[in-house]
Design a protein around this ligand. Structure first.
Ligand code: TRP
Length: 330
């Protein structure tokens, strides 16, 4: 049996950080061993809320691809592609837009939450409201069966499957397949300032590409327990960013448990913990940073162009089935 098809994607709006690594990238490196993986850089989707800043999107296509390669996503095993190099996706999006109502798009909780954060005021770009239909095209064009995502993407996958069913029913075909989400086991990585989520826009993330000095400085600025003033004071583990990161990245869990006990009891200083975290993350990120620095822009482009070509062949095949089903055969 052919290996299952897996699609993952990112909007290229900034460098990837440790939250991406623990929540998704590490998993992709494992998945590529046993699945047929497509890794898409969704530049068109990124434009839907950055249409006035195309340079940012363009620059980050290369940066995100470097992040992929530096953590071990292997272009021999995974197909890495740029969304805008697959025009078939836009054609498919157009057909899909007929199969979904405006009110259905307006009900999407993820889109609603995003709209609250952005300042579109009363003029929501149609492209933004409809990006989930374009995401449905991303998924179905490659016949992806499994889509590893965070919870916020579930409404989009639900919509995708609704569109697939409606398409197949309307055009009496079975050429499109429903997909299944794979939800990551890892919870969100907290920001270094103790805010709920590490994110580029909140400026509270550790990037995979951070230099050793920046990494150290970020770790030493981490929020711990404001009431833990003297080493001998008992400290809180809950909400303590250093422990949250040790939980995510420090392998010796039993040692970590005893450090937590000691901290709660009193007698363990923040500096000792920060130094342990610094050693841990420096060790993790050094080879990633070195790999990143060894890859040239030209190499990255080569990989992206080749991957996109390969991916396009598959999308073309799907579009030909879709056109046949609709009856657009001239
Ligand atoms: N919406 C996803 C995000 O913001 C990116 C994305 C675009 C995607 N196309 C996709 C995710 C297809 C899964 C499948 O991260």
């Amino acid at each position: 049996m052919a290996p299952k098809i897996v699609l993952t994607a990112d909007r290229p709006t900034g460098h990837l950080h440790l939250g991406h690594y623990i929540g998704s990238l590490k998993n992709r490196v494992d998945l590529q061993e046993s699945y047929n993986c497509f890794v898409m850089i969704a530049d068109i989707q990124a434009l839907s809320d950055n249409f006035d800043n195309p340079e940012k999107v363009r620059d980050n296509v290369t940066e995100v691809c470097k992040d992929y390669l530096s953590v071990g996503i292997d272009p021999e095993k995974s197909t890495i592609l740029i969304q805008s190099l697959i025009p078939e996706l836009f054609e498919l999006t157009t057909y899909f837009l007929n199969l979904v109502s405006v009110s259905r798009l307006e009900r999407n909780p993820t889109v609603k939450a995003e709209l609250m954060q952005k300042s579109f005021a009363d003029s929501i770009p149609a492209g933004f409201l409809t990006y989930p239909a374009s995401q449905a095209a991303d998924i179905t064009a490659f016949k992806a069966e499994l889509v590893p995502v965070g919870e916020d993407q579930l409404p989009h996958l639900e919509l995708t499957n609704e569109i697939v069913r409606k398409f197949n029913r309307t055009y009496k075909t079975n050429s499109l397949h429903e997909c299944q989400a794979i939800l990551g086991k890892v919870k969100r990585l907290i920001g270094i300032d103790g805010k709920a989520k590490a994110s580029k826009s909140l400026n509270n993330a550790i990037f995979l590409s951070d230099s050793s000095d920046v990494l150290k400085q970020k770790i030493y600025s981490m929020y711990t327990d404001p009431d833990h003033i003297k080493v001998s004071d008992p400290g809180k583990v809950e909400g303590n960013v250093v422990f949250a990161y040790l939980d995510a990245f420090y392998d010796d869990k039993s040692e970590l448990e005893s450090l937590k006990k000691q901290y709660q009891h009193g007698g363990l200083g923040d500096m000792v913990l920060k130094s342990l975290l610094n050693d841990t993350l420096q060790k993790l990120l050094k080879p990633i940073r070195e790999k990143r620095e060894s890859i040239s822009d030209a190499e990255v482009m080569d990989i992206l162009i080749n991957g996109s070509k390969r991916a396009r062949e598959i999308a073309k095949q799907t579009i030909s089935e879709v056109r046949n089903a609709i009856g657009l055969t001239y």
